[in-house]
Every structure is written in structure tokens, then in C-alpha cells.
Design a binder for this molecule. Structure first.
Ligand code: GLN
Length: 306
């Protein structure tokens, strides 16, 4: 029987929306701290072409760390397996901006979805391209099928001004010879990547690629190989939620990635990509209601990968 995603989303949305508010909006920069915490939306894009959504699912927000998956995909497409010489594929079990493990492991980040790993990926893109931000945005626009996708320059500038821990991470990696380009150039790209804005609808459609074995659903064009899509999904599953990756996997059972803008995107390989946005975060930096909604979605439909 065909699953009626619209009906399921509507039901879950209303149940989760009225749950007690827990967590707080990301306090790091004014642009994120001022977001209305009651925003809540969810959108599901199926490989069959079906689109379902409710709430603030068409409102743009800062995708933040969700962008790390997109920069990784471009670098992996361009560099292939040698990418893994400079960044690992192990869960860190630590917060996204943790420093101690990086020093202990001589400047090689555990995985590309924590800050240090995403910074190394940005360094690779700086080596590959004269104008890496333009290339990254062109890539994101292509896979999203949306020429309007862009960054928020004010968010990027604010983060750069206040990103003291990220500055520590890149300096540590530079001292370990794992950063080739100028620190300023790499951090500029990193913060612009984090400041990309998308709605749940745009995010779900962009991430449909990973549910469709690396091919665009709209044209069938392969962007990455199915083996690459499988690997990126595996990294999302094991590393996408930092030191909460185990708990997220236990509860939701789908590859996914969160961002401190309150967004989460999750993939059901072969079936759909779903994006949810609710700005209140738990102590690990993951959206409280986003996690609740996804947990209920996979429990209710029985559609998880496990
Ligand atoms: N821009 C944020 C940072 O660099 C991204 C963190 C996140 O979304 N988890 O810290």
C-alpha cells in the first residue's frame, strides 16, 4: 500500500508542536539567537516525486553544519578516495568543536562532519578552485535544482568575528601540516558554507540525491557514484549528530545531519529525504523537536533502515 506521507506529517506535526518547549536557540551569534524559537516545519521529498510538507516548511533558515555534507560531496566527487588521507571516518564521540582529540590525533580530524573535518574539506576546495565559494554554490544550486540558493553574508561575517574555537582548530591543524591554504581564505569558505540558507522543502529536495544512489531524481544524472552516496550516508549515520550520533541512530534509524540553525535532514535510501526545522537545541546542539518528529516518523511508519 502507498504511504500517505502528507497525512502522516500533518498528524506528527500537530502532536509534536504542542509538546513542552525544551532547549534553547543557538546563542553564539546574534543572527541565530534572534530567531523565533516557535518556528516549526517539516517537508518530505520522495524519490517517486511525491512532495509533502507542513508548517514553516517553505521558510528559509541557516543550514549551518548541514552544509558540511554538501561541501564533502563536492570534494569527494573531485578528489575521490585520497580525501580520506586527511580526514577519518570514525565517530568522534565529542562535541562538534572539541579540540583535545584533534591534538591527541596529530591534526587529523575524526570525520568530515565535525568542525575540524569540515574545515579540512574547505581547505581541499580552496586548493581545487580559484573561487571555491562560487563553485560550491553552483554545485548546491545544481543538486537542489534551485538557482536562488545563497549564503547570508551577515551570518558568515558574524561567525567569523566570534569563531574563536574554530580559529583554534584550524591553527592547530595548520601546525600539524593538515591545512595547505591561508587560514583566512579557508575560514571564509567554511563560514559562508555554514551560512547557506534553505527551507525544509529545499533541503529535502537537495538531499534526495543521497536517497537516489547519487543521481538527481529530476534528470537521472549521476552527481556521485552509488558507492560514494552509500559512504556519505554511512558517515551521516555514524557522525552526523556528533556525541549524540548513537542516541539519534537508536531513536531515528536513518542517516541524517543536524545544524545549529535548528535544521535536521534525514535520508531513507531508496525512498525519501525529510527535513525538519525547529530552532530550540538540546545540549549537544541538535534540534529537540526535530529529533522528536523524526523519531515518531520512523516509529509510526516502521520505515527505518534497521
Ligand atoms: N557554524 C557553526 C560552527 O562553526 C556550525 C556548527 C553546527 O551547526 N553544529 O560552529
Amino acid at each position: 500500500m502507498k504511504t500517505d506521507y502528507q497525512q502522516i506529517l500533518e498528524e506528527l506535526y500537530h502532536v509534536i508542536k504542542v509538546k513542552p518547549d525544551a532547549g534553547q536557540v543557538a546563542p553564539y551569534i546574534p543572527e541565530l539567537a534572534e530567531i523565533d524559537p516557535s518556528k516549526f516545519g517539516v517537508h518530505l521529498a520522495a524519490t517517486s516525486g511525491e512532495q509533502s510538507g507542513i508548517g514553516d516548511h517553505r521558510e528559509k533558515f541557516s543550514i549551518q553544519s548541514i552544509g558540511k555534507v554538501l561541501s564533502l560531496t563536492l570534494a569527494f566527487q573531485q578528489r575521490g578516495e585520497v580525501l580520506w588521507d586527511r580526514v577519518g571516518v570514525e565517530p568522534s564521540g565529542n562535541p562538534f568543536n572539541s579540540l583535545w582529540q584533534l591534538e591527541y590525533e596529530k591534526g587529523k580530524p575524526r570525520n568530515p562532519l565535525i568542525n575540524s573535518g569540515a574545515i579540512v574539506i574547505c581547505d581541499m576546495l580552496c586548493t581545487l578552485y580559484d573561487d571555491p565559494l562560487t563553485e560550491l554554490l553552483a554545485f548546491v544550486r545544481k543538486i537542489s535544482g534551485n538557482e536562488e540558493i545563497s549564503c547570508n553574508k551577515q551570518v558568515a561575517a558574524s561567525e567569523k568575528k566570534l569563531g574563536f574555537r574554530n580559529a583554534a582548530l584550524i591553527n592547530l591543524m595548520k601546525s600539524c601540516h593538515n591545512i595547505d591554504n591561508e587560514i583566512d581564505e579557508v575560514m571564509d569558505l567554511y563560514y559562508h558554507m555554514c551560512s547557506i540558507e534553505m527551507s525544509c522543502e529545499e533541503l529535502a529536495n537537495t538531499f534526495l540525491l543521497y536517497a537516489n544512489h547519487g543521481k538527481l531524481v529530476t534528470t537521472g544524472e549521476p552527481v556521485i557514484t552509488s558507492s560514494m552516496a552509500k559512504r556519505i550516508n554511512a558517515i551521516m549515520q555514524t557522525c552526523g549528530f556528533y556525541d549524540e550520533a548513537g542516541e539519534y541512530t537508536f531513536k531515528v534509524g536513518l542517516p541524517g545531519k543536524s545544524g545549529i540553525g535548528g535544521g535536521i535532514v534525514a535520508i531513507h535510501p531508496g525512498s525519501y529525504a525529510v527535513a525538519v526545522w525547529s530552532p530550540r537545541l538540546n545540549a549537544k546542539g541538535n534540534s529537540v523537536k526535530g529529533m522528536q518528529l523524526l523519531e515518531t516518523l520512523t516509529s509510526k511508519t516502521g520505515l527505518s533502515i534497521f
